[in-house]
Every structure is written in C-alpha cells, then in structure tokens.
Design a protein around this ligand. Structure first.
Ligand SMILES: [Zn+2]
Length: 288
C-alpha cells in the first residue's frame, strides 16, 4: 500500500476475483465473482442464479434494517450479509465493482474481512479518472436505543471510538479507538471475526439465521469464555469486529465520510437508521 491515506480518486480492480464459501445465515454454498467496473458504477450485486440477473446496488436506499446482518433489497431480490465485503472495499478504497453471486448471501469465509482484503490486494487496485465523492458531516447526529447509541460529530477523516455494551465477562468493557487508513484497516480490523454467544444461537436458529455458522466462521462464547479451540486473534477481537461492521455499514453512503464517531453497544439496525438519516437529511452533510 503506497500511503496511509486513501487516494482521492475512485478505484476499481485490475483483475477479476473468484471466491467460494458458505453463507453464514443461509448455509448456502456460493461462488462470488468480483469484476472491474467503470467510474461511478459503485458496488453492485447481481444474482446470476435468477432470471435476468437482477441487481442490487450497495447504497443507503437498498438497505433493509435488520439486527444481525446487513441486507440489501431491490428489484424484488435480496443480497444478505454484505457488511464484511463492503468493509474490505471501503477499507482498501475500492469504489467500483460488479459482484455476482449464485445465491442470496455473500460467503462468510472465516467470519472476518481478511480473505476479501487479501483477494482485493492481489487483484490490484487501479485509480480511475474521477474523484471519489466526499461527505463532510456539518452537525452532530445520534441514533439511540435505551443505553446503546452511535453518535457522529464533524471531524477529519474517519475516527471511531467504540465500546461494547455486554454483561458477558469476556466482552464487557472492550474498547477501541481507531483512526482509519487502509493500512490500519488491514492490520487492526480485517482479521477480526464475527462473534456470538452460545446462549443466543437458539434464538438465531429460530429466526432462520446462522444456519451456516460454526467455529470455523465465528468466535463463540459460552457463559464464561471463548470455546473456539484456537482462541482469539486479538484480546479485544470483538470490539475490532464491531468497528469493522460500522465501516461496512457506512460504505452504503458511497462517499468518503469525514466524521468522528462514538459507538456504545450499537448494532446493525442502529447503523442502518444512521445511514438512512445521513443519506436523506441534506442539512446533516455536505457532499463534495
Ligand atoms: Zn460483522
């Protein structure tokens, strides 16, 4: 990576990528192709398993607010669990790509963004002849549910101060103060895996979720500790993953955001509400 700051120009990839894996929630085996795309194309998902290859663009207007994943819906089809791939794309500065899938869910890989980051780097980012859109926050905005909240204030670049809100002994108090750059993303966030409590698995299964989930694609805790045989990748892996999720959801703004962000126990549903507000209330942000 040539510098700590992202290039100001839009980027695509020089070479196509093929990734195979299992969907975390559907359990479906999926082959995903990521191909170069022209300036201002954005990140667009195509369902090549369906007639006419219906497409869903990764933008605020496509998000269907939900709790355990980021779900995009448009043209009568859905693409689920896009957040870790979108985080990798935002993290490295990939603006324009065609992503085609033969199922409705992005493969989970190991539950982190690491494989996506490695594949995008191997496919080589290439700068395009257009500036990346920017978005500067003009005043503070907050989404709150009881004692959990996410708040944005005007700032320079992206800084995220994140704290988990959990009574679990291994999660309680986990904290990360992150300043975004592509190098920091790759080193500090990309390897951090999604996580869950064994006690919550029944509820997820009853909701038809986490059917493809296991110790190979998630960090799982029992009442006291992590049960994965390999343990954790970072002592505070879970809060690192939470910051990864925030970035993946902010990628739906399709712009380089400048804001200072505080999160206390926020989750996807709050992030989706925040993204919808930022995209729809013109007095909150200046686009440039
Ligand atoms: Zn996640």
């Amino acid at each position: 990576m040539k510098s700590a700051s992202q290039p100001a120009r839009q980027c695509t990839i020089a070479h196509s990528i093929v990734i195979q894996g299992i969907g975390l929630h559907t359990g479906a085996r999926t082959e995903m192709h990521i191909e170069p795309a022209e300036v201002n194309h954005g990140i667009v998902f195509e369902r090549r398993d369906l007639p006419g290859r219906p497409a869903v663009r990764a933008k605020a207007g496509s998000v269907q607010p939900s709790s355990y994943r980021t779900l995009l819906v448009a043209n009568g089809v859905e693409v689920s669990t896009v957040e870790h791939l979108l985080a990798a794309m935002l993290g490295l500065g990939l603006d324009n790509a065609r992503v085609s899938l033969d199922s409705g869910e992005v493969p989970a890989m190991d539950g982190s963004a690491l494989h996506f980051v490695e594949q995008i780097r191997a496919a080589q980012l290439t700068e395009q002849d257009a500036a990346r859109p920017g978005m500067r926050l003009l005043r503070s905005v907050e989404v709150r549910e009881a004692d959990r909240w996410i708040r944005l204030e005007p700032g320079c670049g992206i800084e995220i101060d994140c704290r988990l809100s959990s009574s679990h002994p291994k999660l309680s108090g986990q904290h990360l103060d992150y300043r975004h750059s592509s190098d920091a993303f790759t080193r500090e966030l990309a390897p951090a895996r999604t996580y869950g409590l064994l006690a919550d698995l029944d509820e997820l299964h009853a909701a038809g979720l986490a059917r493809g989930g296991g110790l190979e694609n998630a960090v799982v805790f029992d009442d006291r500790s992590v049960i994965n045989p390999g343990g954790l990748r970072f002592e505070n892996e879970c809060v690192r993953h939470k910051v990864l999720d925030i970035l993946g959801d902010l990628a739906l703004l399709e712009a380089s955001l400048e804001a200072r962000i505080w999160s206390n126990g926020s989750g996807h549903r709050m992030h989706h509400e925040l993204v919808l507000r930022l995209a729809s209330e013109p007095d909150l942000c200046m686009r440039f």
